[in-house]
Write a protein that binds this ligand. Structure first.
Ligand SMILES: Nc1nc2c(c(=O)[nH]1)N[C@H]1C(S)=C(S)[C@@H](COP(=O)(O)OP(=O)(O)OC[C@H]3O[C@@H](n4cnc5c(=O)[nH]c(N)nc54)[C@H](O)[C@@H]3O)O[C@H]1N2
Ligand SMILES: Nc1nc2c(c(=O)[nH]1)N[C@H]1C(S)=C(S)[C@@H](COP(=O)(O)OP(=O)(O)OC[C@H]3O[C@@H](n4cnc5c(=O)[nH]c(N)nc54)[C@H](O)[C@@H]3O)O[C@H]1N2
Ligand code: SF4
Ligand SMILES: [Mo]
Length: 746
């Protein structure tokens, strides 16, 4: 639905760039976008947007965005017809699978897939047709610990409890910076206002983070914490609640009978024992715990900083147990479960663990995926089962995954690489074929994933702003075209299933899912929630605040919260070894510890081709506390060399009190320095990749998740500040041979 004003037209959509699902009002004149503003009538986002929303226009208009398939030939990149591309790609995949076996073809599905209705609905058909064990995704550089905890405790990997931010009065947040990231595993548009509303109502926001972040800036209390030690802090907080008998008796009835065991496990982690390692005083740890227990509706939540670190899964577990034992799960203002219009749990697996082992490092899979930290070694290590071909869809793992340089080298070894991406990136430049889908404004949108983890139940359908131009394809069409070809010799039933799914299309699927969901009516299309109803409500429909629903909605067999103490608490051995043993590697005088950071004008490894977003001072800097700078005789704006076990980068130094002594921070997703990419604005603001420093051999042992925070590094000066101005990260990347080839051919 849209409104007209003169020749211009305003229509309503959802921004799909991050998890926040902000409503946007887009004013157009024909094919011209005049403005993108927050949709004030969206009941969820209430007019809020961030600077990235306008990048949707830049993305749409970007002349460097690919729209036609490319094939690598001896003359460089050549455009090729879609049908030819699909035929060639499918034939090459089949040849390789026939020669080396099914598992020789691997897949990496990147983050944008979960922001894409068609990709979510049809990706699984392609994966099924490929029938390979070697599946990878951004999950294992992200929220894998949340899934492991949800699958074990609540019975399904997607049954993740979400902080009820609008009704809590004490929001304890570890390792998350929603004011910059706009929230994660917590879909929460307008988060800054929502946090301030907690305070306005007399509540408190407390942030635990090695950096004084944008969120810490508005919080009531902020504690620096030594990276990677959150598990110790939580063990000590649990120690305090057991010691002071603060457990919620009623809540314990909901859980499996393992609480006494857990009490035994945590007995030795007194605040006094952990404080020197964690960097927070024992008195403060006790105070914080009491503050939490004295609040009426407190909640404890943790994200990236606590997920992608050495003890990510244990931390996530302890945090959930902390909320559980204090009766803060499934309670108003605590951690709650959503009741979305479409329940993805019905469409996906529960999250099986250790069904397969990775070939080289023998690591278990989760939900049929191996940790992406193992991808490069599976390509580089010869032998049966070696990966020979890779399909990367909506991902840039050369910049996003640990030891990206190693992966960059490994990709050269492949016999075939295919990228489904609309940019020629650090990753897709290695491809033999690039299959570019349309931009987000040219496809329908409904958030299947983020409604599962939103702080309110809502539903909204956004039709494509522009009809996809002729001779372009959406992600789902690309997936289906490849699947069809791969299934040519498959049983009729499988082929018919695909045909049916294709005929339905994303809209048809959506209609079925909405009507068979909890707010719909299967029999009567005019009753309950349906696509038609959503189309008539272009600002979205509010389905109310989160509702208590346990034990009924638990997916565990026992219909209790299964604590799986043995599985999680066995990691305490590693805690002891890491932090307390004689031979402890955790040397407290040791090198600096590296953490990441996000900025509101950037999005993972991309959107850097939007001038509006990257202009101004380079943001790819190394933040360091003045005490460290002084000790190391470094000054602001000097170019320094940062080295880890696997690589080194050179970046300008930013000396700031906003980071904890002993810690440095570099944002991820930069490093547009490789030859043969084609995003010139990004190349002009190249920066360096933080994942040149992260080590693929370091994983969170319980889940296989990557360790991207708390990476030991050393630093030294490269260039002094007088010369830094010219050599800072804004310097233009050299124009490459491959780039000029493309411009000639296209
Ligand atoms: N050191 C460090 N590394 C990190 C993180 C960190 O905090 N620190 N964060 C991690 C996290 S949380 C994540 S999610 C990953 C993300 O890492 P990736 O999974 O690699 O995802 P992106 O970096 O978002 O890359 C997106 C790619 O998809 C393309 N793209 C965008 N939209 C679409 C689309 O609709 N369809 C298709 N086919 N392609 C599209 C873009 O052009 C771009 O090349 O990075 C991880 N890496
Ligand atoms: N603007 C912007 N928004 C984004 C993205 C983006 O790239 N840019 N990416 C999107 C994606 S894919 C995701 S997953 C989300 C992530 O969203 P968030 O989870 O909010 O992630 P970050 O902003 O990286 O915040 C992580 C925080 O953890 C802190 N930290 C690091 N190590 C530790 C530690 O050991 N302990 C503790 N307690 N804290 C630590 C860091 O200093 C940082 O402030 O953001 C999404 N939104
Ligand atoms: S916060 Fe920004 S990027 Fe995220 S959905 Fe809203 S407008 Fe889009
Ligand atoms: Mo992410």
């Amino acid at each position: 639905m849209s409104t007209n004003k003169g020749s211009s037209n305003t229509s309503y959509h959802t921004c799909n760039l991050c998890e926040a699902m902000c409503g946007i009002a887009i004013e157009t004149d024909g094919k011209q976008i005049l403005s993108i503003k927050g949709d004030k009538q969206d009941p969820f986002s209430r007019g809020h947007i961030c600077p990235k929303a306008t990048a949707l226009q830049d993305l749409y208009e970007d002349p460097e965005r690919l729209t036609k398939p490319l094939e690598r030939t001896e003359h460089g990149w050549t455009t090729i017809e879609w049908e030819d591309a699909f035929d060639k790609v499918a034939a090459r995949i089949q040849q390789i699978q026939t020669k080396y076996g099914k598992d020789s073809v691997a897949t990496y599905l990147g983050n944008p897939n979960v922001h894409n209705l068609g990709a979510m609905l049809y990706g699984r058909h392609l994966l099924h047709a490929l029938n390979t064990k070697n599946m990878y995704s951004a999950t294992s550089v992200d929220q894998l610990p949340h899934h492991v905890v949800a699958s074990k405790l609540f019975g399904h990997m997607l049954k993740m409890p979400i902080p009820d931010i609008d009704r809590t009065d004490f929001f304890l947040m570890l390792g998350a910076n929603p004011v910059a990231s706009n929230g994660s595993v917590m879909t929460v548009p307008d988060v800054k206002k929502r946090l301030k509303d907690i305070q306005k109502k007399g509540g408190k926001v407390v942030v635990i983070d090695p950096r004084h972040t944008e969120t810490a800036e508005i919080a009531d209390q902020h504690y620096f914490i030594k990276p990677g030690t959150d598990a110790l802090l939580l063990l000590a907080m649990l120690h305090v609640i057991f010691d002071s008998s603060l457990l919620d008796a009623e809540a314990t009835g909901l859980m499996s009978n393992e609480i006494e065991g857990i009490q035994e496990d945590i007995i030795k982690y007194s605040p006094e024992r952990v404080a020197p390692i964690v960097g927070i005083d024992a008195v403060e740890i006790r105070r914080l715990t009491y503050q939490f227990t004295q609040a009426k509706r407190p909640v404890c939540y943790g994200r990236m900083g606590t997920s992608v670190q050495a003890f990510g899964t244990l931390t996530q577990y302890l945090m959930t147990v902390f909320n559980l034992l204090l009766g803060r799960v499934d309670k108003v203002g605590g951690l709650m479960f959503t009741s979305p219009a479409i329940d993805l749990m019905k469409l996906t697996g529960r999250g099986g663990f250790d069904r397969n082992r990775s070939r080289v490092r023998n690591l278990p899979d989760f939900n049929s995926e191996f940790p992406v930290s193992t991808l490069a070694e599976e390509i580089l290590t010869p032998g049966e089962g070696q990966i020979k071909a890779l399909l990367v869809a909506g991902g840039n793992p050369v910049l996003s995954t640990p030891n990206g340089e190693q992966l960059d080298t490994a990709l050269n070894e492949l016999e075939l690489m295919v990228s489904v991406d609309f940019y020629l990136t650090e990753t897709s430049r290695h491809a033999d074929f690039i299959l570019p889908p349309v931009s987000p404004l040219e496809r329908d949108h409904y958030d299947l994933v983020f409604n599962m983890i939103a702080v309110r139940d809502v539903a909204k359908f956004s039709p494509a702003l522009f009809k996809a131009p002729k001779h372009t394809k959406q992600d789902w069409e690309i997936y289906c075209a490849l699947t069809e070809r791969l299934l040519k010799k498959a049983p009729l039933k499988q082929r018919l299933q695909l045909k049916l799914a294709e005929t339905l299309g994303p809209r048809g699927h959506l209609e079925l899912l909405l009507r068979s969901g909890r707010y719909g009516s299967k029999l009567n299309p005019f009753k309950g929630l349906s696509l038609r109803k959503l189309q008539n409500n272009p600002h979205g429909i509010d389905l109310g605040p989160l509702k208590p629903q346990l034990p009924k909605s638990l997916k565990t067999k026992s219909k209790t919260v299964e604590l799986h103490r043995d599985f999680f608490m066995k990691d305490l051995h590693r805690i002891e070894r890491t932090f307390f043993s004689e031979e402890s590697k955790y040397d407290q005088t040791a090198p600096l510890l590296l953490i990441g950071r996000r900025h509101v004008r950037s999005n993972n490894s991309w959107l850097h081709n939007s001038h509006r977003l990257v202009k101004g001072k380079s943001r790819c800097t190394v933040m360091m506390n003045p005490t460290d700078a002084q000790r190391l005789k470094l000054t602001d704006n000097q170019i320094i060399d940062v080295s880890s076990t696997v690589g080194s980068v050179q970046l300008p130094l930013e000396v700031t009190e906003h980071i904890m002594p002993g810690v440095i921070s570099i944002p991820h997703g930069w490093g547009h320095t490789k030859k043969g990419t084609r995003w010139s604005e990004a190349e002009r603001h190249a920066g360096q990749s933080m994942n040149t420093l992260t080590d693929d051999s370091q994983i969170d042992e319980l889940s296989g998740n990557a360790v991207l925070n708390g990476v030991p590094v050393t630093v030294k000066v490269v260039i002094d500040s007088d010369n830094a101005a010219q050599t800072s990260a804004t310097k233009k990347a050299p124009k490459t041979e491959a780039l000029s080839e493309i411009t000639e051919v296209l």
